[in-house]
Each structure stands twice: as structure tokens, then as C-alpha cells.
Design a protein around this ligand. Structure first.
Ligand code: MG
Length: 342
């Protein structure tokens, strides 16, 4: 089913209508007081919390770029699709209110509903964990052989209080939640042997296949006014710290010895482990700064907090980011962002 300049936009096929009904039945299990009206009318109706602002984030999950059907189970693809948006809300300290999913399935995947059901299993399971209703969306037949998903997350934060990446100041200390490099290490293992991961599910520690967005930690940072700036580690520490430095017009230093390396990354040996921690993407931990006088607990929202460096004045010829290695040598650290599968 296609359309061009000479034809009208296609009507929904019976298959697409069935999908919508299927998604609606599955989604109605979730509930939120912020959603007055969910799937079933022309629009959803949300009720903002008085004194709060709305936060909106949108993310593509494209087959071949963000997941592969021969590597990722449908549940992993669904989990990862919503995890990315939830992590963006976590980075700003927001409470998620509702999710909206647009999904295009190729005819081959549309013939049976097994992939869709697995995808919804993964997506709705993480949504339910964080009490986020799927309040709407759209389905269509994909014009290619690829599955295309797009998700919109709506969140809420007290007016003027959302955490930002532009508010770090020289003298602040630099922290991260959880551990780093695990997603890159698991992705490398997955690429080498996809069959080993067929039965992986969200109950195990699978930093690449089933990342856990740090919503409780982000909410605690906002509520307790602990963070001076915050971002989520989606592209890798070197790249995401560069975002903080650019937006805040500061420089930063990282202590290599302080970095909390994920056990899966430690298996790679020290050099590769450090590389995965600095440049591996998709850990979905939070990277944040705090005033030197702030009293940080050892854990927030059930996740460990580690001090990994400090914020400095941006001043030529000082590099934007300096890495201090085990021997105390300083070198400039260039951002090496996340590279996708293609
Ligand atoms: Mg982000």
C-alpha cells in the first residue's frame, strides 16, 4: 500500500485496524491519573499537574539502525524503544505521564502477530514498571522491509525545576549513576554470538538488551535539589559530557581510576574496558554535576552514585575534556560518540 501525489492517502487496512485494536486491548491495562482519555478517540486528553510544566521527547527506533531482528528479540526491541524516551525524562528529573507509539510493520511481519505481541510485551512491561500508560499512537504498513517505530514520551516537572545540561558551573563535581561500558560490552558479545542471547529477558542484568532508565534517581536529584546539571548517557560519556560542557560553557576533568566499570566491560581487559566506559553508548545512566558543598548520598533511587571528575572554567588552551589516567597523566579527551549498526 503506497500513495503518491496523484492518489489519496491510503485508508487503514483491516490488518492495521486489527493491530490498533490489539494495541488498545493490551494498553488499557495501564492507568494514570494524568490521562483523562487514552486510545480510542481522535486525540488523547491529558490533565497537567497544577504548577508543573510538560516535557516532551521523541525517539526513532529503526530496524537496522537501532535494532536488528536477527540480534534483538521483539521484547528487547520494544523495551529499548521506550527506554530511550524514559531515560530522557529521567535526565531532566521528570515524572513520565504518557507514551505515544507510531509503528510501521512490513507486510512480512504483519502477517502474524507474534513479533508485534513480543514488541508490546517488552514495551508495556517497562511502561508498567514506571506506571506510564500507552495513551495513543498510529500503525501503518511499512513501505520497506524494515520495522519503523517512533515513540513520544510526555513528562511532568515542577515549573522551572527541570534539570538541564546548560547549568553546570566551574567548581562543581561530576557524578554518574550505576556503571559504565556494560551496554557496549554486551553489544560486542551479542554481535559475536546472537544465539547466546535469544532467551535474555528484562529480569537479568542486560545493559544493552534491556537498559533500565534511571527515573527514580533523576526524580530524587530534582526533588532534593542535589544536581546543578544533568544529562543521560545515551551517546557515551565523552560525547554526553561534551554536551554539558558546550551548553554550560565550561570544561571538565575525568578521573579514569574513579570510573565505575560494568562487570561485562571488565571482562574486556583494562584498555577496552576504559574505552567502553568513555565512549560506549546506550548505558542510559545519568551524568550530573553538583555544587562542591552538596551532600550526595551513596545511592539514589536504588542506584549507586560515583564521583568521577570535576567541572573547570573553559579557558584556552585547556581542552574541553581532560582525562587523568592511572599514572596521573593528563590528556585531552575527544568525543567519540556512539556508532550504530550500519
Ligand atoms: Mg538524552
Amino acid at each position: 500500500m503506497t500513495y503518491d501525489a496523484h492518489s489519496r492517502p491510503p485508508k487503514k487496512t483491516i490488518g492495521e485496524l486489527l493491530f490498533i485494536e490489539r494495541i488498545r486491548t493490551r494498553a488499557s491495562a495501564s492507568f494514570s491519573s494524568a490521562v483523562r482519555l487514552g486510545i480510542g478517540d481522535d486525540c488523547a486528553i491529558l490533565k497537567p499537574i497544577p504548577g508543573h510544566e510538560l516535557l516532551v521527547t521523541t525517539d526513532f527506533s529503526l530496524e537496522g539502525r537501532h535494532f536488528r531482528r536477527d540480534w534483538h528479540s521483539a521484547a528487547s526491541a520494544g523495551h529499548r524503544t521506550i527506554a530511550r524516551g524514559l531515560s530522557d525524562l529521567a535526565a531532566m528529573g521528570a515524572k513520565p505521564l504518557a507514551a505515544f507509539l507510531s509503528l510501521a510493520l512490513p507486510r512480512s511481519a504483519a502477517r502474524n502477530t507474534r513479533w508485534l505481541d513480543g514488541f508490546l510485551d517488552g514495551l508495556l512491561s517497562l511502561a508498567n514498571t514506571h506506571s506510564v500508560p500507552l495513551a495513543g499512537g498510529d500503525t501503518s504498513e511499512s513501505p520497506s522491509d524494515q520495522i519503523l517505530a517512533d515513540i513520544v514520551l510526555i513528562g511532568s516537572a515542577p515549573a522551572g525545576r527541570a534539570l538541564r545540561r546548560s547549568t553546570a558551573r566551574a567548581g562543581d563535581l561530576l557524578y554518574c549513576t550505576g556503571s559504565l561500558g556494560g551496554a557496549a560490552a554486551e553489544l560486542a558479545a551479542l554481535a559475536a554470538s546472537p544465539r547466546r542471547f535469544r532467551s535474555a529477558d528484562s529480569s537479568g542484568d542486560h545493559p544493552h538488551l534491556f537498559p533500565q532508565p534511571r527515573l527514580a534517581a533523576g526524580a530524587a536529584l530534582l526533588r532534593r535539589r542535589l544536581a546543578s546539571s544533568c544529562i543521560d548517557l545515551s551517546d557515551g560519556l565523552s560525547t554526553d559530557l561534551t554536551h554539558i560542557c558546550k551548553e554550560s560553557k565550561v570544561a571538565a576533568e575525568i578521573d579514569a581510576v574513579a570510573l565505575p566499570i560494568h562487570p561485562l566491560a571488565q571482562l574486556l581487559g583494562p584498555d577496552h574496558a576504559l574505552h567502553a566506559a568513555l565512549h560506549g553508548g546506550e548505558d542510559y545512566e545519568l551524568l550530573f554535576t553538583a555544587r562542591p558543598t552538596a551532600k550526595l548520598p551513596r545511592a539514589l533511587g536504588g542506584v549507586r552514585i560515583t564521583k568521577i571528575g570535576r567541572i573547570l572554567t573553559a579557558r584556552k588552551p585547556r581542552p574541553q575534556i581532560t582525562l587523568i589516567d592511572r599514572q596521573g597523566h593528563r590528556s585531552a579527551l575527544a568525543p567519540h560518540g556512539w556508532e550504530y549498526f550500519t
